[in-house]
Design a protein around this ligand. Structure first.
Ligand SMILES: *Cc1c(COP(=O)(O)O)cnc(C)c1O
Length: 312
């Protein structure tokens, strides 16, 4: 399955701040491993798809918002590896379909909509039983690929890369952080930047994912997680909330370093890193920023911004 992906590239970033602080800054480009199944979403899907294949399922069902990177990647991966896919989308249908959902449909995904209240019960056995009744034999992957298979795949993100002191990444469910913490040595540490407001619940969820993984019979690389912490100051008002300074930051960053950032996840994390560097937060050393992808989502956001502009 992994053969269609290019190895992840590590790129160094130099600017005034890195020069002044003695920090060496690198970016792990998971965003360019595959044009469609990109970023951390592939790592979270990998063992879910392998389990589905092993159990002879040909239909995958999963959940997401209308601009979801996970929906996009699942549709593309389903198409690539011959699964039928069903995407349960939070909220009402809006026509014409946005770019994420039209891509999903073009990859053969069947889209169904779910009102927000019912959507909240997506992880309950009741709703899952209902979905099985409606769609037949389906292998269900939770929203965002947030399960132990997801963690297992993320253990592989840092394979052959143990040269860094600090690893930084944006967090939604924290599955990626959990997997990475189970792949490093205890001298390394991880800093996660939650992109949701009130992300404090995330701490407990990550601890649970890590402990559940360690107690499972899935293969392990380490027996203790590497130290990690969350920094809550850079969510910009909450999930998918975007401020003009964030947009300007992403645009300037792309011009200076030729690395595009997405507004929902990586843009917020990179912004936070640059601020923390200015504040002298980091000791000299090697920092790796994980580019978890998500660029497909920018199209939808840019469409919205232009729309607003026209209406004003
Ligand atoms: C989904 C996503 C994340 C969050 O990953 P989690 O494992 O849910 O924490 C980060 N960055 C991008 C670009 C994503 O699409």
């Amino acid at each position: 399955m992994s053969s269609i992906f290019s190895p992840a590239l590590v790129q160094q970033i130099n600017n005034q701040i890195t020069d002044q602080t003695g920090v060496e800054l690198y970016v792990l480009r998971l965003d360019i491993m595959h044009p469609e199944i990109n970023g951390n979403k592939w790592f979270k899907l990998k063992y879910n798809l392998l389990e589905a294949e092993e159990k002879k399922y040909s239909n995958i069902l999963t959940f997401g918002g209308a601009y979801s990177n996970h929906i996009f990647a699942t549709a593309a991966a389903g198409n690539e590896f011959n699964f039928q896919t069903i995407g349960v989308i939070r909220g009402e249908e809006t026509l014409p379909l946005n770019s994420t959902l039209s891509f999903a449909v073009s990859k053969g995904m069947k889209i169904v909509y779910c009102d927000r209240k019912t959507y909240r019960s997506k992880n309950t056995l009741e709703l899952q039983a209902e979905l099985k009744e409606r769609f037949g034999e389906i292998f269900i992957i939770p929203e965002g690929g947030c399960n132990l298979n997801g963690v297992r795949g993320c253990i592989e993100i840092m394979e052959n890369l143990d040269d860094f002191d600090t690893i930084c990444l944006a967090c939604g469910t924290g599955t990626t952080l959990a997997g990475i913490s189970l792949s490093l040595n205890p001298q390394q540490k991880i800093i996660g930047f939650p992109v949701l407001k009130g992300g404090k619940f995330l701490q407990t969820e990550i601890v649970d994912l890590i402990n559940n993984y360690l107690q499972s019979n899935l293969p392990k690389k380490v027996i203790y997680p590497a130290p990690w912490q969350l920094i809550y100051d850079y969510h910009f008002g909450g999930y998918a909330k975007i401020k003009p300074e964030l947009i300007t930051f992403c645009q300037t960053f792309q011009q200076e370093h030729h690395i595009p950032l997405d507004y929902i996840y990586t843009g917020k994390m990179f912004y936070g890193i640059m601020e923390l560097l200015k504040q002298g937060f980091f000791n000299p050393g090697k920092i790796l920023l994980i580019h978890t992808g998500g660029l497909q989502g920018n199209i939808g956001i840019e469409e919205k911004i232009i729309h607003k502009h026209i209406r004003v």
